[in-house]
Design a protein around this ligand. Structure first.
Ligand code: ADP
Ligand code: UDP
Length: 237
C-alpha cells in the first residue's frame, strides 16, 4: 500500500490518498481541539491512543455486523480505511444528559434518558455545527431519506453494542457522535473515528469523566484517562 498526497487536513486527523482508489490512510495527530476548533493544543500520545482505540472499537462493531471503514492498522498513528463520500451530518446518541443538551434544555447533567435520544448536527465549524432535524437532511440534499434511516438504525445498533462493552469495563457510555459515508458500492458505512474524543464516558461508581470533557473543562490528565479506558477495555497500546 503506497501513501500518496494529502487530501485533507482536519482538526485532529490528516487524510491521505493511496494507490488504491477505494482506500485512504487516516493519520491521527496529537492536536486536540474544542469549541469548533477555537481552542487547539498538542497532547502527547493522543494520536497513537486514539488510533489504536478506534481500531479496537471498529473491529468490535464490524464483528457485531455494523459495516465500518476499518481495513488495517498500518502504524502507531496510521490506519488504512475504506474511502467514503462523507455525509456532512453528525449523528449523536445520548443515554444520559450532558453537554449541549444540558445547555439547550436546562436539564440536570447525568439525567438518565429513557429511551436514548438520537440527534443530528450539521458538520460545519463556521456555523458552529448547528442542530438540525431529519427533514433538513433530505431537503438540503445532505442525504436521502433511505440513507438517513440506515444511519439511524446503525447508530442505535452501535449504542447497543458499545453500551454493553463499556458497561463491562465499569464505564457509562453517556453519549457519542458518529459520522457515516457512502462507499463505492453505494452502501452506508461508519467512518471517521470512535474514541474518547467523540464520546462521553463516566466511571460507573465515581462518575469521574474519562473523555474529552477533561480537556474542554480543564480537568487535567486527559490522555491518562483515555489510557485508563483503553486499559480497562483491553485495547493493546
Ligand atoms: P474535522 O474535519 O472535523 O476537523 P478530523 O481532523 O477528524 O475532523 O478530519 C478527518 C476528516 O476526514 C473529516 O472531515 C472526516 O469527515 C473525514 N473522514 C473520516 N473518515 C473518512 C473516510 N473513511 N473516508 C473519507 N473521509 C473520511
Ligand atoms: N461531539 C463530537 N464532535 C462534535 C460535537 C459533538 O465528537 O463536533 C460529541 C461529543 O464529544 C459528545 C457528543 O458528541 O460525546 C454530544 O456532544 P454535545 O452535543 O453535547 O456537544 P458538546 O457540548 O460536547 O460540544
Amino acid at each position: 500500500m503506497e501513501k500518496r498526497e494529502e487530501l485533507y487536513r482536519g482538526k485532529a486527523k490528516s487524510v491521505y490518498k493511496t494507490d488504491d482508489a477505494d482506500r485512504l490512510i487516516l493519520l491521527f495527530r496529537n492536536d486536540t481541539s474544542a469549541f469548533d476548533g477555537k481552542r487547539i493544543e498538542q497532547l502527547d500520545r493522543k494520536g497513537m491512543v486514539n488510533n489504536k482505540f478506534n481500531a479496537f472499537i471498529m473491529q468490535k462493531l464490524e464483528a457485531a455486523g455494523i459495516p465500518t471503514q476499518f481495513d488495517k492498522l498500518l502504524a502507531d498513528n496510521e490506519v488504512l480505511v475504506k474511502k467514503l463520500d462523507m455525509i456532512p451530518v453528525e449523528c449523536v446518541v445520548r443515554n444520559y444528559a450532558a453537554g449541549s443538551l444540558v445547555k439547550r434544555l436546562g436539564v440536570e447533567e447525568g439525567l438518565k434518558l429513557n429511551p436514548y435520544t438520537f440527534e443530528l448536527f450539521l458538520k460545519d465549524d463556521a456555523k458552529g455545527d448547528p442542530f438540525i432535524n431529519e427533514s433538513h437532511v433530505v431537503a438540503f440534499g445532505w442525504g436521502t431519506a433511505e440513507q438517513l434511516a440506515r444511519m439511524k438504525e446503525l447508530s442505535l445498533k452501535v449504542n447497543d453494542v458499545l453500551s454493553k462493552l463499556f458497561d463491562d469495563a465499569g464505564l457509562l457510555l453517556v453519549d457519542f457522535k458518529l459520522e457515516f459515508g457512502v462507499f463505492s458500492d453505494g452502501s452506508i458505512v461508519l467512518g471517521d473515528e470512535f474514541s474518547p474524543d467523540g464520546c462521553r464516558l463516566w466511571d460507573k461508581d465515581t462518575k469521574k469523566k474519562m473523555d474529552k470533557d477533561r480537556f474542554r473543562q480543564g480537568l487535567g490528565d486527559v490522555i491518562e484517562a483515555y489510557e485508563e479506558v483503553a486499559h480497562r477495555l483491553g485495547v493493546p497500546l
